[in-house]
Design a protein around this ligand. Structure first.
Ligand code: CDV
Length: 317
C-alpha cells in the first residue's frame, strides 16, 4: 500500500513580546484550518512558536523567564489547538519553551512535540545543539542566550507516526550532519524542523548575505545523504526589531525542494510526500549496510573538537 503524507508548512510571521498566548494560538489555528482545506495530514510549526524569540534578551528575572515557558502541554491556552487538530484530523509538530519539574528539579528545554490526528502527543524532542552564549555580551546588536536559558537534549529519536518513521530537530540542529545521520540510522523518512534564524550572525557578519543559502544547503544535504524528506519551517520577518529569515521549504529525499513559502508572514505551503520514495536512496547510494565504514568514523564520537593538534599529533596525547 502506498504511503503518502500530505505535509504542510505552518510558517509564522513575527510574534511580539506583547502578543497574548491566545492570539498566537488563534494564528496557529488559522494555519491548521487552511492546511486541512489543502488536504494536509500534518502541519509543522516553527521553533518556540508560542512566544517571541526571547533568547535575544539578557533577562535576570527568573519569573519573567518562566512566563515564556510552558509546564503543561496541552495547557489551558493550547488545548483549543489540540481539540481542533482532532476535529480536523490533522496532526501537528509544535516548538515551544518547556519548563520541566521532575523530583523538585527545574529544567528548561527548547522542545518540539509531535501530535497525531487525534490530538495525542506521540513524540517529544529536546533541542540538542543550543547555539549562542551563556553570559551577557553587550557588544552584540542582540543576544543569543540559548546556552543560558536551556538544557541541551541528549538524543535524536524517531517515532512511528503518520504511517512512517518521523523525527524532529530544532533550528541549529539542521546545520549538523550528525543530526540527520543519527536519525537516518533509525530509518527516518521525514524530519520536521522549526527554526528562528536572525539574518545577522554577530560572530560572523560575513555570513549574513548567505543566511538563506546556508539554511537550504544544510537541509538539502541532510535529506539527500539520508534518503529522507525534510520539512523546514521558519518564524520569519522582523520580530522585536530583529530580522529573521523565511525560506521555509519541503525537501525530497532527492535533495530537491518541492514546496516553499514566498512571504515572511503567516503562510501555508504543502507537499504530497511519498514515503517510499526514500527507498531508492536508502537502498542504493546510501545503503548504509553495504557502504558505511563505521570503523573509520571513530573521532566523530571520541572527540568534541578537532581530533588532531596543529602539529598533527593526536589531541589526547
Ligand atoms: N534558533 C537558532 O538555533 N538559531 C541559530 C542562529 C543563532 C544561527 C540557527 O542556527 O539558525
Amino acid at each position: 500500500m502506498a504511503r503518502y503524507v500530505n505535509v504542510a508548512i505552518g510558517q509564522l510571521g513575527p510574534v511580539n513580546k506583547e502578543d497574548s498566548r491566545a492570539a498566537v494560538v488563534a494564528r496557529l489555528m488559522n494555519l491548521i484550518r487552511e492546511a486541512q482545506q489543502l488536504g494536509a495530514d500534518l502541519i509543522v510549526y516553527p521553533e518556540l512558536a508560542l512566544t517571541t524569540f526571547f533568547p535575544r534578551w539578557y533577562i535576570e528575572d527568573e519569573s519573567q523567564l518562566d512566563s515564556w515557558r510552558k509546564a503543561a502541554m496541552p495547557g489551558a491556552e493550547t488545548q483549543p489547538l489540540f481539540d481542533l487538530a482532532r476535529e480536523l484530523q490533522v496532526g501537528f509538530c509544535l516548538g515551544y519553551a518547556e519548563l520541566s519539574i521532575e523530583q523538585g528539579e527545574k529544567r528548561r528545554f527548547n522542545t518540539s512535540i509531535l501530535v497525531d490526528k487525534n490530538g495525542v502527543i506521540v513524540g517529544k524532542y529536546h533541542k540538542v545543539h543550543l547555539p549562542g552564549h551563556r553570559e551577557h555580551e553587550p557588544w552584540r546588536a542582540f543576544q543569543h542566550l540559548e546556552k543560558r536559558y536551556f538544557t541541551p537534549g541528549t538524543e535524536f529519536s524517531v517515532f512511528n507516526a503518520f504511517g512512517g518513521r518521523v523525527g524532529m530537530a530544532i533550528c541549529n540542529d539542521r546545520r549538523w550532519c550528525e543530526t540527520y545521520r543519527v536519525m537516518g540510522l533509525q530509518g527516518v523518512e521525514m524530519v520536521l524542523i522549526g527554526y528562528n534564524t536572525p539574518v545577522h550572525n554577530a560572530p560572523a557578519p560575513e555570513h549574513d548575505d548567505l543566511s538563506l543559502f546556508h539554511n537550504q544547503l544544510s537541509m538539502q544535504a541532510g535529506a539527500y545523504q539520508n534518503g529522507t524528506w525534510v520539512v523546514g519551517v521558519a518564524k520569519a520577518g522582523t520580530e522585536e526589531g530583529v530580522e529573521h529569515i523565511g525560506g521555509s521549504c519541503i525537501i525530497a529525499p532527492s535533495g530537491e525542494v518541492v514546496a516553499s513559502c514566498v512571504t515572511k508572514g503567516d503562510e501555508v505551503a504543502i507537499a504530497h510526500c511519498d514515503l517510499d520514495f526514500c527507498q531508492i536512496y536508502k537502498r542504493a547510494t546510501f545503503n548504509f549496510d553495504v557502504h558505511r565504514q563505521p570503523n573509520a568514523y571513530g573521532p566523530i564520537t571520541a572527540f568534541k573538537g578537532e581530533a588532531l593538534l596543529a602539529d598533527g599529533s593526536p589531541r589526547h596525547q
